[in-house]
Write a protein that binds this ligand. Sequence first.
Ligand code: ISE
Length: 346
Amino acid sequence: MENMNAGKRPGQLKIGLIGTGAIGRDHLRRIMDVIQGATVTAVADYNEAAARGAAEPYGIEVFSSGEELIRSELVDAVIIASSDDSHARYTLECISQRKHVLCEKPLATTVEDCIAILRQEELAGQRFVQVGFMRRYDRGYQHLKQIIDSGELGELLMIRSSHRNKTHAANHTTDMTIKNSGIHELDIVRWLTGQEYQEGLALLTRQNQTTDPQIRDPQLILTRSCNGVTSEVEVNMNSGYGYDIQCEIICEKGTARLADPQEVVLRADGFHGHKVHSDWSARFVEAYDREIQDWVDSVLKNQSSGASAWDGYAAQVAAQTLIESRDSGRLVPFAMIDQPELYNNQ
Ligand code: ISE
């Protein structure tokens, strides 16, 4: 943490942002307008014009590569919001520069790359990586976890969830349904249960004929955690009506589910109800704010919180295992490496 006083807002954490697509620009606005104790000093994007467009209103530095940005003295800590396949190499570079990094999910696109990140962090001797599993900061999910951990409804038996996008992005693929969208569910079930997975099955249901025929959609994910809790997730990339995330926990003495997020309930013109968000940025705006604030507060103390590289690895193993199950039509056991000591009791 050198040069902490050389940023745009003196005395604040200087953040370099890699990736100025939708989530990157959202984080830029968030850090400049909402977050305390940090400022963005530099951006980079493989599309340099996009980076310039994002940087211009704030008058911040534009680097032509992510690596240059990571190595720059203008940058104390890094947010990676670039394409999924670039996450691993930027994360490895951050660790080798001993700079804290918040990497958007997924941590990497292969299990092998996740293991390389774990090994490099172990060598560095401390955690530098937080993975952007922002739902852990959502008040609804936090309440569900508190109900499970307190035992007030008895033991947790099952979890039922839906992950519905209004429609998929142009570059979406069948595997991204699990590796890019479903991965949130795979992380949140681990976090809610406090357990690793034992086995999993992914199935194709009757297919949505309005989805691009190249994409298998929707998909159904079934897992069993090591304590026997089952989870069932509908991952639906083309709901046709909005971005809708649902989760219900079924316990011995009762159930609890996420409330539908709403500001008002409308009664008008024969309608009674509320609008559904169209994407993740509005649905999880508060969770993202809380996540980034917690990350900044921790980094300023040279500490780490939130989802670790181990969590990123575990979610990637789960995604990979479920893809194998879907393609083979079999129930597949999960196989993980031993957890390095660095991540014990995190
Ligand atoms: C999108 O790419 C995201 O990152 C969102 O968090 C996820 O919920 C959505 O399904 C993805 O398409």
